[in-house]
Design a protein around this ligand. Structure first.
Ligand code: ADP
Ligand code: MG
Length: 261
């Protein structure tokens, strides 16, 4: 199983500073035209913390993730990562983005590049890592997510679950401070979901700071430190998973949970 193949933590230095705020959103607002899609979002994610974001479709979860990586602009408020406010553009933004891994529902691998090239590309281009080092690190990461034997293949030759594990390895290759995952298992056939969730649980156990949008409540219970429940662009409730699932406070959360559990 994937969890058995997970090698030594690549994030072992994280524990030292565990608990300090890493991502801070302060009064973040965003509109798409008339639509108020993020409403006065206040959210702090501490180093080493795993935050699972849940909520109905259209509640702003993806927009929140994209704003943290500045794939979306915000209208007002501030977002900072490791004490640095998100820059508007340019080299400073590129540097900051290099610290934030992103894993999407649609794996978004480069179709015409091998699995290995997918993982080495950013370290070589962005960090100017020599090919030999980038490949050694990539193989280590592919091993860790259980697909080292697929390194020379093209993404299309892999199953969905394998492709998503490559996407996770690719995000890890930049040694990010934070990984954002937006419904990483939603596009997978059911029998492949667990192999990806196992890798995610492994990352969480290793102390990776993670913000994960998911409908996998089993993952939330197993791995989350905190569940953030969004509805209509606002954070309605946040609590540790056991508390949230067993005793949701808001009517919105109760209603949502009654539909999915
Ligand atoms: P979720 O991920 O929770 O399903 P999203 O963040 O994707 O929600 O979307 C929140 C709302 O913003 C939805 O009503 C969606 O239709 C709208 N929206 C998302 N992206 C855009 C966009 N680029 N332009 C206009 N509206 C958008
Ligand atoms: Mg979404």
């Amino acid at each position: 199983m994937a969890s058995d193949s997970i090698a030594a933590p690549v994030t072992s230095n994280i524990a030292v500073r565990r608990g300090e705020p890493l991502v801070v959103l302060d009064h973040v607002d965003k509109h798409f035209g008339e639509l108020h899609v993020l409403k006065d979002i206040e959210l702090t994610v501490n180093r080493g913390e795993v935050v699972v974001v849940i909520g109905p479709s259209g509640s702003g979860k993806s927009t929140l993730c994209r704003a943290i990586n500045r794939l979306e602009t915000i209208d007002s408020g501030t977002i900072s990562i490791d004490g640095v406010q998100l820059p508007e553009e340019g080299a400073a933004l590129a540097r900051l983005r290099a610290d934030v891994g992103m894993v999407f529902q649609q794996f978004n691998l480069f179709a015409h590049k091998s699995v290995l090239e997918n993982v080495t590309l950013a370290p070589m281009r962005v960090k100017r890592m020599p090919r030999r080092d980038a490949e050694a690190k990539a193989m280590e990461l592919l091993q860790r997510v259980g697909v080292a034997d697929q390194a020379r293949k093209l993404p299309a030759q892999l199953s969905g679950g394998q492709q998503q594990r490559v996407a996770i390895a690719r995000s890890l290759a930049m040694s990010p401070k934070l990984i954002l995952m937006d419904e990483p298992t939603s596009a997978l056939d059911p029998e492949m979901i667990n192999e990806v969730l196992d890798v995610m649980v492994g990352l969480a156990k290793d102390g990776m700071t993670m913000i994960v949008v998911t409908h996998e409540m089993g993952f939330a219970r197993r791995a989350a430190d905190r569940v953030v429940f969004m509805a209509d662009g606002a954070i309605v409730e946040q609590a540790p998973p056991a508390e949230f699932f067993d005793d949701p406070r808001s009517a919105r959360a109760k209603d949502f949970l009654s539909k999915i559990l």
